[in-house]
Design a protein around this ligand. Sequence first.
Ligand code: PLP
Length: 391
Amino acid sequence: MSRENTTTTLRPSTRGERLGFSEIVKIRNEVLAMTAAGKHIIRLEGGEPFPPTPDFVKDAIKRSVDENRTRYAPSSGIAPLLEAIVAKLARRNAIQTDESRIIVVNGGAHGLFCSFQATLDEGDEALFLAPYWTPIRDLVAFAGGKAILLSWDDALGEGPAAAIEKRITSKTRLLYLNSPSNPTGNVLGRSDLEAIARLAVERDLVVISDEAYEDLLYEEPHVSIASLPGMGERTLTVFTLSKSYSLTGVRVGYVVAPEPFMTVIRKLVLNSTNGVSTPAQYGALAALSDRSGYLDGMRDEYRLRRDLLLKAVNGAGFKCKAPRGAFYLLPDVTERLGGDSWGAMKALLEATGIASVPGAVFGREGEGRLRMSFSTSLDVLEEASEALRRF
Ligand code: PLP
């Protein structure tokens, strides 16, 4: 083979270049370097639920392995789990649907990947609020879409539906919503969602609704946009068990979507993962069948932690409103640490040992802010509060 041929063949696909790597790795490296140098780090940079996986879920996973439920299962999900999802959607999300519109996927990330691939064509515009969960921009780009960003602050200022409407062009195909939102903790309430739903119907938009934090709202009940009039036929809702049941490493979630999108998602799953690990699905079945009040108890624990860290953060001269959902604070730190969020992250880490995520990781609209997770033990939050008091 000539040298010329080798260089042209041994190259990655150009499509692969549309995807990036998470910048959060850079923070982890910084934290590891400081830990190796003997410094104690107060870790608020993560995105993990703080409680351990509940026993009733762990037991179901173990039982499924012991009972040899370790073979190929239907690639769209095991029948009892699909049935439990139908019941859960009716009970908690006011979404009336059936198994034909549901597919089990490997967590929210996989559900989102498939949903963007199933909806966007080259050049389609996808509108979403910023700061946003970092992978979304890449998922849109990989599907050939063009990201159109709208700041959360503007949206909340003028009303989300009105702000969204201004950004709609002849190429706008899709609206991605994430309520409660990572990283802002913002929630779109019922009246906002009703207005957005009316707009989506009027302007014929597809909606991808990422409801990863559906069980973590502190002031109001969660509303699924797919439950609103006219939305079932145009909404792909992505659910995950990662945050609600501390199952981030088990990789299980589900997508609720109408045709013609569902057929594409089924083909994407079949040709990529060929379904979700069977024991993980039995774990999900146990989680969704639980009636012990586990989620209510957890929400109270998170609220306690939110209020603790919020007080300390505001006491240190940062500016932060109480997030209505999820488990992050995203304070404005400009007055004390300047507008460059990477510099601010490093300065706070040096001065207090607190690790956080620079807001810029979540898009330009995150500049001047730091994301701090309150999903950790009360001891760590006490330590963080003390460090912020001294700062
Ligand atoms: N959506 C949002 C907004 C998230 O923050 C996350 C995880 O951090 C996910 C989806 C995906 O979670 P997973 O793939 O663990 O289910």
